[in-house]
Design a protein around this ligand. Sequence first.
Ligand code: CP
Length: 312
Amino acid sequence: MQLTTNHLLGIKSLLPKDISIILSTAQQFKEVLQRPIKKVPSLRDVTIVNLFYENSTRTRISFELAQKRLSADTINFSASASSVSKGETLLDTVNNILSMKVDMVVMRHSASGAPHFLAKHLPNIAIVNAGDGINEHPTQALLDAFSIIEHYGSLEGRKVLLIGDIMHSRVALSNIYLLKKMGAEVMLSGPPTLIPKYIQQAFDVQVEYNLQKALQWCDVANVLRIQLERQNQVLFSSLREYNLSYGVSQKRLAGIDKEILIMHPGPINRGVEIDSDVADSKQSVILKQVENGVAVRMAVLYLLSGKKELNV
Ligand code: CP
């Protein structure tokens, strides 16, 4: 099984069959991760650099663990502790690292399009986008999809609600691309100031500003963090006000007549977009998403490595 791409820059450029191949390969790696010995030799002799220009907990650890489980050699680069502070450009930094015979680059960057820029200049190195600005976070959308399928069996016809800061969320954009490509229905809910006006027509998604109605509609609610670090103007009155109108709480869920699946990409702001009584409930698969991220990232790295036989 081969992907139609040499890089994973975003879900936008993937075909549905690429998404299916990644998710089915991730299922095989998830089985590997249940074994007493969780390590396979699939990427022995492959060297991968994790290039993080922006903070991360889950994605960075998940990629590193995925690489170790696949027996790859891993190098971690943190921009804050590098020669970037001395003025070195992104391309110079990467070219210097590649001259030490690195095979793949996993990159997170605050600038939208940074991994696309690298892929254009370095077409022969597999580039994996670990989140670029407000553009895409493709492995997050893949692990979200994997977690929905694990719970419900399929994505086709599934009603998925994305709640909150749609405007600044790369997770939202990657989820919308993926869910629409795989036949799910998508609804967005949140304050009008955080949902771009063009999005309904551009992506064929529904918008419902009344969160109670939106929750009643969905099978899955993926709650997004308010990205205060990306907002340069006041878009809602206060965090308290936001919680009262759009926070997901047990009190609010008690008003709907079914049990929906609760997801969140993390990091969580407890008491803002989600209350602890929901985040820690049995309806929540938030930590399952994190667990599934390792298998999904193993699949992405393995498939982009160009290795032909998967013997696990
Ligand atoms: N979900 C996610 O991208 O989390 P981190 O920022 O901690 O990697």
